[in-house]
Design a protein around this ligand. Structure first.
Ligand SMILES: C[S@@+](CC[C@H](N)C(=O)[O-])C[C@H]1O[C@@H](n2cnc3c(N)ncnc32)[C@H](O)[C@@H]1O
Length: 260
């Protein structure tokens, strides 16, 4: 049994990103179910996910899933309309196919070689795409952050495979973008070595950050925006200034995927 470390508001950056990029699609689903897989020793992140997703898609229901039965029992007082807690794991014990599975700070406890099979298993549980309804399919968001959620990196996957990698940070706490390397998800954290794309990306990001130093006098937000804009010359950044302002940047998975 692991410690189940969690904290109130720890996953706010991930929640807000999900609401921003996936909220419109959640609204198009008749009965959108979102799973908070491995919510931990206390169910705060599941409660917060419910509130943040409902602001974007009011019909959303959240199911908190935990592999430790004692944590499922401890969460029951927090159950409410739209929020239930179930015992289970990567089989995802919910009826039907969820529109979202969020697994934060769960795969860090597993081996790198296990990640691909877990991703595949979870992707197979996602709601399929429905192009006619403008729905690209359910989203799996899997990543890692520090204990108070200042540094966060996650991978987003659809039923078809991995889509993007997002880096999100509280800008005031950042010396350089490669500070985020310690929070890379399991699929990438052991790949931050010369010759691997994620290492090259973080090196280029640090250089862009250094080149943007004159903008620091306007604040770290302006510096981050300038650095990311410079990155777009060489890297397939998928988002724009509205997200960069939040201390985020999203890149296609294919550009950062491990070499083998
Ligand atoms: C470090 S806590 C993370 C809690 C919360 N998601 C967060 O980020 O603050 C990881 C939790 O994942 C749970 N866990 C590990 N493997 C799991 C699995 N296969 N299915 C469901 N939960 C799992 C552990 O019991 C633990 O409570």
């Amino acid at each position: 049994m692991t410690r189940g470390t969690t904290n109130p508001n720890r996953l706010r950056r991930m929640d807000r990103w999900i609401a921003a990029v996936h909220g419109a699609e959640l609204r198009r689903v008749a009965d959108p179910v979102a799973v908070d897989l491995g919510y931990g020793a206390a169910p705060w992140t599941a409660v917060e996910l419910l509130h943040r997703l409902r602001a974007a898609a009011p019909r959303t229901r959240v199911v908190g899933v935990e592999i430790e039965p004692v944590r499922v029992a401890a969460a029951q007082p927090y159950a409410r309309e739209g929020l239930v807690f179930r015992h289970g794991g990567f089989e995802v014990p919910v009826q039907g196919r969820p529109a979202l599975i969020r697994a934060a700070n769960v795969l860090r406890q597993y081996e790198e070689r296990e990640v691909a099979a877990v991703w595949e298993r979870l992707r197979a549980r996602l709601a399929p795409a429905d192009p006619g309804a403008g729905f690209r399919g359910g989203l799996l968001v899997e990543g890692t952050c520090d204990e108070i959620g200042r540094r966060h990196v996650w991978v987003a996957l659809g039923p078809e495979g991995p889509r993007t990698v997002t880096f999100a940070t509280r800008l005031g706490s950042l010396d350089r973008p490669s500070d985020l390397a310690e929070r890379l998800p399991k699929a990438l954290i052991h790949r931050n070595v010369p010759g691997e794309p994620v290492h090259t990306f973080l090196r280029d990001f640090d250089r862009a950050w250094a080149a943007a130093a004159p903008y620091a006098s306007y604040g770290s937000r302006q510096r981050w925006i300038r650095a990311v804009r410079r990155l777009t010359a060489d890297w397939p950044v998928t988002d724009g200034p509205a997200r960069w302002r939040q201390g985020e940047v999203t890149v296609t998975w294919g550009a950062l995927a491990p070499r083998d």
